[in-house]
Design a protein around this ligand. Structure first.
Ligand code: AMP
Ligand code: MG
Length: 417
C-alpha cells in the first residue's frame, strides 16, 4: 500500500482481526541463544531440558538420628530398649566410608548419605549414646526416613519443556541437576522512534507550548513486561529525513514509532515505511488508535503508534505487544489477568470497529470511565483495566458480564485516586 494518504484521510481501515491474522502468519520466535543459569529466570526456553543425573544421587537421610538396619530394631521399646554398636558418623557432604554390619548404627544428619548396609534412619529423639553404644527405644521399619536415589528427579526425566517461561523454582531445579546454562529465545530488541517537535525528554518539566514525552516511558514499561529489550533512543524532530534515518538505521527486531502516524502534513512515518519496506496496514477500524500502522522493513517489524497517549498504549497492546511476545517465544495472548464481571453502565460503540474501553472495577461491577479521549492519559491511571468491545457489537448493555483485562497482576493494596 504505497498510496500517500497525507491530508486525504483513510479511504479504508483494516479490521483488527485482519491485522492479528497477518501478525500470526508472519511473526516467529527469534533464534535461540545460551543463557547463564543465574540469568534465566523469566526467559523462555527454546528447547526441552532433561536430566542427566538422579537427584538425590545417593540414598539420603531425611532425619537427624542413626542409620540402622530396620530389622535390628524390631522389638525395641521404651520398656525394653536395645543397644547397637556405634560405628561412625555420616554428615552432609561427608559420607561414612564403609558399610554397616548387623547390630551396628551410624550417627547421621539430615541430608547425609545413608551408608551401605543400612536401610533406615531412626530419629535421634528415641535414642541415646552410652559408652560407644546407641540405645534404641523404638523400632523403625526398613526404608523409613530414607530418601531414595532419584526420588526427586530420575536421570533421563524430562524436567522442563520448550516454551516454558523459567520460574525461580525452575532455575533452582536446573541448578540441582547440574545445568549451568540453558538455551532460550533471544529477547526482541526494540527501537523507539519518538517523534514530535513539541516534546521534551522524560525528566523535563513541561513549559510553554512543550509537553513532556510520556509515550516512551509507557512503551519501555510495556516492552519490558513483554520480554523485549528497549534500546536507547532520542526524540526526533518532525522532519522527514531525520525520521527516515531513525527508522532506517534501527538495528532492532521491532521498531515502535510514536506519533506522526496519521494522515496530517507532518505525518511522515507511513510514507517512510512504505518506501523502505512495506506498509502492510495503515488505518485500523478501532477506537482509539485508528491511525495505527503496521509494516516491515527487511526482517524488522515496524509499528506506527499514534501519538495520543491512550492511542499509543492501545495500539501497542493490540499489535506490537503480541508481536514482541511471540518473537521472544511467549504466547501472543494478552498477558493481563482477566475477570468476568457485570457492567454497571452500558458501553456504547459502533458496529464495524473495535473499542478499547477503560474501566474501573468497584464492588464487583465494571464501570466505564466517562472521559475517554485518546489524549487523556490519566484515564488509564484511574482505570483498573480495559474492556474490548468486538467489531460486531453496537455496544454492551448494563448488566452484561464482560471480560476485563486488568492492568495489575495482583490486587493492589492502594489504588490511584
Ligand atoms: P501525533 O500522533 O504525532 O499527531 O500526536 C498526537 C497527539 O499526541 C499530540 O497532541 C501530541 O502532542 C501527543 N503526543 C505525541 N507524542 C507524544 C509523546 N511521546 N508523549 C506524549 N504525548 C505525545
Ligand atoms: Mg506528532
Amino acid at each position: 500500500m504505497n498510496r500517500d494518504v497525507r491530508m486525504k484521510g483513510f479511504a479504508q481501515r483494516a479490521d483488527v482481526d485482519e491485522v492479528e491474522r497477518f501478525l500470526a502468519a508472519h511473526v516467529r520466535a527469534l533464534a535461540a541463544e545460551p543463557v547463564p543459569l543465574l540469568e534465566c529466570v523469566g526467559r523462555v526456553l527454546a528447547g526441552d531440558v532433561s536430566s542427566a543425573v538422579d537427584v538425590p544421587g545417593f540414598p539420603r537421610s531425611a532425619m537427624d538420628g542413626y542409620a540402622v538396619r530396620g530389622e535390628d530394631t524390631f522389638g525395641a521399646s521404651e520398656l525394653d530398649p536395645l543397644a547397637l554398636e556405634l560405628s561412625g558418623e555420616s554428615m552432609p557432604g561427608r559420607r561414612f566410608e564403609g558399610s554397616l554390619g548387623p547390630r551396628q548404627a551410624v550417627r547421621i544428619m539430615t541430608g547425609a548419605p545413608v551408608p551401605d548396609g543400612a536401610d533406615a534412619v531412626i530419629m535421634a529423639e528415641v535414642c541415646s549414646e552410652e559408652d560407644g553404644r546407641v540405645v534404641v527405644r523404638d523400632a523403625v521399619a526398613p526404608l523409613k526416613n530414607v530418601g531414595a536415589v532419584g526420588e526427586d528427579i530420575r536421570a533421563g526425566d524430562a524436567v522442563l519443556a520448550a516454551g516454558r517461561r523459567v520460574r525461580p523454582q525452575d532455575a533452582g531445579l536446573l541448578s540441582s541437576i547440574g545445568v549451568g546454562e540453558v538455551v532460550c529465545h533471544r529477547r526482541p530488541r526494540v527501537k523507539l522512534v519518538v517523534t514530535g517537535d513539541e516534546l521534551l525528554p522524560a525528566g523535563s518539566v513541561p513549559s510553554g507550548a512543550h509537553i513532556v514525552d510520556s509515550n516512551s516511558v509507557v512503551l519501555r514499561g510495556l516492552v519490558a513486561r513483554d520480554g523485549g529489550v528497549a534500546l536507547p533512543f532520542e526524540i526526533v524532530r518532525d522532519d522527514r529525513e531525520v525520521i527516515r534515518d531513525a527508522i532506517a538505521d534501527a538495528d532492532a527486531d521491532v521498531v515502535l514509532v510514536s506519533g506522526g502516524s496519521s494522515v496530517g502534513k507532518e505525518d511522515h512515518a507511513p510514507g517512510i515505511v512504505a518506501e523502505l519496506g512495506s506498509l502492510d496496514f495503515h488505518g485500523v477500524a478501532m477506537r482509539p488508535s485508528s491511525p495505527a500502522g503496521i509494516g516491515r522493513i527487511g526482517e524488522r517489524f515496524v509499528f506506527l503508534l499514534p501519538g495520543n497517549p491512550v492511542s499509543c498504549l492501545c495500539a501497542y497492546e493490540f499489535f506490537a505487544g503480541p508481536a514482541i511476545r511471540v518473537l521472544g517465544g511467549r504466547p501472543s495472548a494478552w498477558p493481563h489477568r482477566q475477570v468476568r464481571l457485570p457492567l454497571a453502565r452500558k458501553i456504547t460503540s459502533a458496529i464495524g470497529r473495535v473499542d478499547y474501553v477503560r474501566v474501573t472495577v468497584e464492588d464487583g461491577r465494571v464501570i466505564p470511565i466517562a472521559t475517554s479521549g485518546a489524549s487523556i492519559l490519566s484515564s488509564t491511571v484511574r482505570a483498573s483495566g480495559a474492556v474490548v468491545v468486538p467489531r460486531g457489537r453496537e455496544g454492551m448493555p448494563e448488566g452484561e458480564a464482560v471480560d476485563v483485562f486488568l492492568y495489575d497482576d495482583a490486587p493492589m493494596s492502594t489504588s490511584a485516586t
